[in-house]
Design a protein. Sequence first.
Length: 281
Amino acid sequence: MNELWILYSRLRTEEKLLKKAADKTGVRCNFVDLRGISWPEGLKVGENDVVLCRCVSQAHNLAIARLLESRGVRTVNHSSVIEACGDKVFTAGLLDMAGLRQPRYSVAFSPEEAVKTSESMGFPVVFKPPVGSWGRLLSKVNDVDSAETVVEHKSFMGPQHQTFFIQEYVEKDGYDVRALVLGGKPITAIKRKSRHWITNTARGGDVEGMEIDQTMADVLKKVHDVFNGDLLAVDLFHDDQGWSVNEVNGQAEFHGSVEGTEVDVAGMLVDHCISLMEGSL
């Protein structure tokens, strides 16, 4: 009998909801703290099982997904999705290739060029670490002096910070939109509102459900076509030209979406995994 595996490293709200949803279906579900096992002895996954990679660490999700896939196991999300969505430079390049609108950005490979390009883009700009989540280490830079300071600090923070991802600052009227796409279908969207320019729910942003109109749905479907993720969280901005894609997350936290819309995201994701096990997707 095929089994569902949920691999985690911290019991967040999402993992608890997924376990509860799996138990309701009667599917055999293995709930495993990845920190307590080693590969391959500690993880006896069947070839036709499905594994939800839900660790907090992107590096852990990517590593275990690649190992499982090397043995023919279906992971959610696939390692290629985790990799592409986990690197903002990679994400921006893929969005460009697909012709999807996004905030203007620049990638610099030296401190001097990072300062120069941020000035040429026009202040304010936002420095983002290529790898990171929860709104951490974002820097809104308003002038050259601030840019020089941020770049100098990054120069002492390790090799991953030596690629400088710089994005135009977008005035967004105090909110952005977090939409979830499951199996290519947009399922929920929320406004994330804050007085602070960073609106992530992890940073205390408030949430409010909103309708997915056709123009938003069209953008979300195109994003899915680019990344082909089972579950994607897509962060959007809106202005008089329409929707633009700010970020795409392949390790979606969805408690804010549940709070804002009461959509049973966990139940829908478990049903999606069961369909994968049954071969109906």
